[in-house]
Design a protein around this ligand. Structure first.
Ligand code: ZN
Length: 243
């Protein structure tokens, strides 16, 4: 499967950010979405509708489960819990049907696996460390594993038995043909790496590269939407901080 594919994750009902990202993505052969389409932000139905229009694959994350009643809210922090409750009341029948029908993880497509958390814990594990990356590479033989959930962008490589955290630069990052990769594209709707701009990546299977991109969006618009919706004020504040 050659071609260029946008990889996006953790939209979190932030339509303004999603639209900025899709505009920056431009023409690609597909958009792959790693879950947490809803939760925290004020426009879950609009975000679900946009994502439903992608050719896919799209998988679901822990917030998509929480907001649709498919898991108990016990494991969510208090803000996430409030947001799940708000979202489940706000969801249209159409958005509910779409979210409940999503898989996680994806079926592997051409040696590529998409999972929100990790292969061993698809909804809850935050993969961040070298040791966790080693476990992911050991648990699958796919060429690419894409994860979301932590809202922190990274590229880990695995070659000659060694796992390495690659230096990530905005723009084109050239991949090695012989290596396997574990990649998090960062978050569209709630970045947590102290850079409030939306984060995403484009995988080019032709020249074998990852284009890592950050785009600004109108944070104040979304903050006003969060406050108007009666969601916790902290969820508005954190967008400006990128954490
Ligand atoms: Zn998330």
């Amino acid at each position: 499967m050659s071609g260029r594919f946008a990889i996006i994750a953790d939209i979190h009902a932030n339509l303004t950010a999603l639209e900025a990202v899709l505009e920056a993505v431009g023409g690609v052969d597909g958009v792959w979405c790693l879950g947490d389409i809803v939760g925290y932000g004020p426009q879950p139905n609009e975000c679900a509708a946009r994502v439903a229009g992608f050719s896919g694959p799209t998988i679901r994350g822990n917030h998509d489960l929480g907001a649709t009643g498919l898991t108990s809210l016990d494991r969510f922090n208090p803000y996430a819990k409030d947001a799940c409750r708000w979202t489940s009341k706000a969801l249209s029948g159409e958005a509910l049907d779409f979210l409940t029908g999503l898989p996680n993880p994806s079926d592997a497509i051409k040696k590529t696996l998409l999972v929100h958390g990790s292969p061993r814990d698809p909804f809850w594990e935050y993969v961040l460390t070298l040791g966790q990356a080693e476990d992911v590479f050991a648990s699958t033989d796919e060429r690419f594993v894409f994860v979301g959930h932590s809202h922190i962008p990274f590229i880990f490589s695995f070659s000659d038995g060694r796992v390495k955290l690659e230096k990530l630069s905005e723009g084109k990052n050239v991949l090695s043909e012989g290596a396997r990769y574990l990649i998090n594209p960062g978050s569209v709707g709630q970045p947590r790496d102290k850079d409030p701009r939306s984060s995403f990546m484009i995988l080019d299977r032709g020249d074998y590269s990852i284009d890592y991109r950050r785009v600004p969006y109108s944070i104040s618009t979304v903050q006003a939407g969060i406050i108007d919706a009666g969601l916790p004020g902290f969820l508005a504040e954190r967008l400006a901080l990128g954490e």
